[in-house]
Design a binder for this molecule. Structure first.
Ligand code: ZN
Length: 293
């Protein structure tokens, strides 16, 4: 079977041709140019699909809240203007006459880990991705738990510090205001304005910059606080953590140590594991979502 899969984000669109077992034939990335809006993004995807012949199925992972039954975007924020309401499934099926599945990108990444990545050996796990914000997915009994409206797993908006930093969701003190990569870089820049991205920060940490080590250490504690709450609620076998920053073994190790220092002892079997699919998890999950009931 020849599958076209795309992972649509606010910055990049990743896409591949694959079989149903996740063997990629091609893998490409292009800029989303999301300022042009949701319709223009979908047109870009359509143009790419049209370049390939003999496609049997189209699998889409995308930013925004998704109704995966209708394949429609329920809500998307300003990262992709005018994307809310886009009927991706109807549009692509009408044009290409093959089955189309649509899944939220973080849910897709959790599914990808479950079928093809670090999650294959676990039936119950929590997936979190750390970047500009914090997204999450819940895999329970080897199935994705989407919640009532398909939008479960908004871990970034757990309120960790009441009356804390204002969040774009309208509340204050949300987890992602303290534990996202953006939050880490913001704190690091206060100490050293050169630390404008994770790569520079980790170079300086490896060179034993003591003040930045302290910033990093308190960030890992913030990351751990949210994870500990989730472990106490869900009692998972594992917590899989992804996002560019977690490519650093030091980050995963520190977070794991902090988590194990905070959790109630009866939960201490839980494993903190790095995502093994990296930025391709969404594509793998889009492919996996095709086989879901
Ligand atoms: Zn929030």
């Amino acid at each position: 079977m020849k599958i076209f899969a795309a992972d649509i984000g606010g910055t990049k669109i990743k896409y591949c041709i694959s079989d149903e077992l996740g063997h990629f034939e091609t893998f490409q990335e292009m800029d989303s140019e999301s300022q042009n809006g949701g319709q223009a993004i979908l047109k870009k995807v359509e143009d790419v699909i049209a370049m390939y012949s003999g496609i049997d199925a189209i699998c889409i992972s995308t930013a925004g809240q998704v109704d995966s039954e209708t394949g429609c975007i329920i809500y998307a924020n300003d990262n992709i203007p005018n994307y809310t309401g886009t009927r991706i499934k109807d549009i692509l099926e009408g044009k290409f006459h093959v089955p189309v599945t649509v899944e939220n990108d973080v849910n897709a990444a959790a599914l990808g880990e479950s079928y093809f990545g670090s999650g294959t050996i676990y039936s119950n796990f929590i997936f979190l991705t750390f970047g500009t914000g914090i997204g999450g997915g819940i895999v329970y009994d080897a199935k994705l738990n989407r919640g009532t409206n398909g939008i479960a797993g908004e871990f970034g908006h757990m309120i960790i510090h009441p009356d804390g930093i204002s969040c774009k969701c309208g509340n204050a003190g949300c987890y992602e205001c303290y534990a996202s990569t953006t939050a880490l870089i913001k704190e690091a820049e206060k100490v050293d304005p050169e630390c404008s991205d994770g790569r520079i920060l980790f170079e300086k940490i490896h060179n034993k910059n003591q003040r930045l080590i302290e910033v990093f250490d308190s960030w890992t504690k913030e990351v751990a606080l949210g994870i500990v709450n989730l472990i106490h609620i869900f009692n998972p076998e594992a917590v899989i953590i992804g996002g560019g920053i977690m490519e650093q073994d030091l980050a995963v190790r520190k977070v794991s140590d902090k988590v194990h220092g905070l959790i109630i002892e009866s939960f201490s079997d839980v494993k903190i594991v790095k995502s093994s699919l990296g930025n391709k998890a969404g594509l793998y999950g889009a492919i996996a979502s095709r086989t879901l009931p």
